[in-house]
Design a protein around this ligand. Structure first.
Ligand SMILES: Nc1nc2c(ncn2[C@@H]2O[C@H](COP(=O)(O)OP(=O)(O)O)[C@@H](O)[C@H]2O)c(=O)[nH]1
Ligand SMILES: [Mg+2]
Length: 317
């Protein structure tokens, strides 16, 4: 079993490239996503504007243009959520890149009750609608919005946050730290009294094919695809590579290591040892306990997702 000392000793050579050939990339487009897309299209006639949400850590990799196209004829705003997990100087660069593409972006942290970005959402959308032709909907006083994006970016959390602020009501949309919780286009949820504003929550939908192994790993790190698609150990290894490449060393302190390492296997063995993560073999067959590497990998990645290794954006910008 590795010790903290051996982690340091073996970790002095850092990789400058990651071996993506280890990933057998498969797409993840379960049936509920295809059905969700059709339901969204079916509801569009009753929608005044679209809120497109992305994870601020993968603002470019995370965009599904099939989804963006759904709302192309409607007024729309672009929200980059989970901004608490991105360093402030990166936000400015991302915003100016989107501005160059003709998009204004709104950064939000839906977990922060007084977040200024969340506060601006309704105001921005109403402004866009006011400057648009409401086609067949001008006689309806209430405003209907649809929120869309890839899985696990915080769509349901944003609805709950808006509802809680403007209506003082408890959460209405189910939230979980894994993708695939909202599985169909939901009934509308009221998020504002005056004017009456409703939002339809929708299932997260990924592009039918993931463009590259690196994109797949970024999507998995941000928990927008099922971890099993890439495998826990490979995901942990990619994370370690990215942390070291960016010169981030917060993981050393967070995991109480004696120094940085580039040897993921040894790091995971250390976590197995420290947290007694083992797989018990069948004693009758003479199989003994072995380290539960997959669980240790999940733990290592879980800390990053919670921001325990500091803020880190995955897309270059
Ligand atoms: N750090 C952080 N986590 C968030 C934020 N918004 C949502 N989450 C978390 O992200 C996970 C997915 O949220 P959810 O609203 O279910 O995403 P959805 O699948 O897009 O509806 C949950 O664990 C939320 O608590 C945010 O602004 N910052
Ligand atoms: Mg949801």
């Amino acid at each position: 079993m590795a010790t903290a000392h051996s982690v340091l000793r073996h970790g002095l050579q850092m990789r400058s490239n990651f071996d993506f050939s280890k990933l057998q990339l498969r797409s993840w487009f379960p049936r509920h996503m295809a059905v969700g897309m059709m339901q969204m299209q079916g509801k569009l006639h009753s929608i005044d504007a679209v809120i497109e949400v992305h994870d601020a850590r993968i603002p470019f990799t995370g965009r599904n243009f099939n989804l963006s196209d759904i709302g192309i004829l409607k007024p729309s705003i672009l929200v980059l959520n989970k901004v608490d997990l991105v360093a402030p100087e990166r936000r400015e660069r991302v915003a100016s890149r989107f501005n160059d593409m003709g998009h204004e972006v709104l950064f939000t942290n839906s977990k922060e009750p007084s977040d200024r970005g969340v506060e601006c959402i309704v105001e921005k959308v109403l402004h866009k609608i006011k400057n648009s032709n409401r086609y067949n909907r001008s006689e309806f006083p209430e405003i209907n919005l649809m929120i869309l994006g890839i899985p696990n970016v915080g769509k349901s959390s944003l609805i709950n946050s808006l509802r809680n602020r403007n209506m003082h009501r408890k959460k209405a949309a189910a939230v979980a730290p894994r993708p695939g919780v909202t599985r169909c286009v939901m009934e509308r949820i009221q998020v504002c009294r005056r004017p009456q504003v409703y939002i339809r929550d929708t299932p997260g939908v990924l592009a039918p094919s993931i463009p590259s192994a690196e994109a797949g790993l970024k999507l998995a790190l941000a928990a927008t695809v099922d971890d099993r698609l890439v495998g826990a150990e490979l995901l942990a290894d990619y994370l370690l590579f990215r942390l070291n490449k960016a010169g981030r060393r917060e993981y050393v302190e967070a995991l109480q290591l004696s120094g940085p390492t580039d040897d993921c296997r040894r790091l995971l063995l250390l976590l197995c040892h420290r947290h007694r993560m083992t797989i018990t073999g069948n004693a009758k067959l003479g199989l003994r306990e072995s380290p539960n590497i997959a669980r240790a990998a999940e733990l290592f990645v879980k800390h990053w997702r919670a921001g325990d290794y500091g803020c880190q954006m995955l897309d270059e910008c």
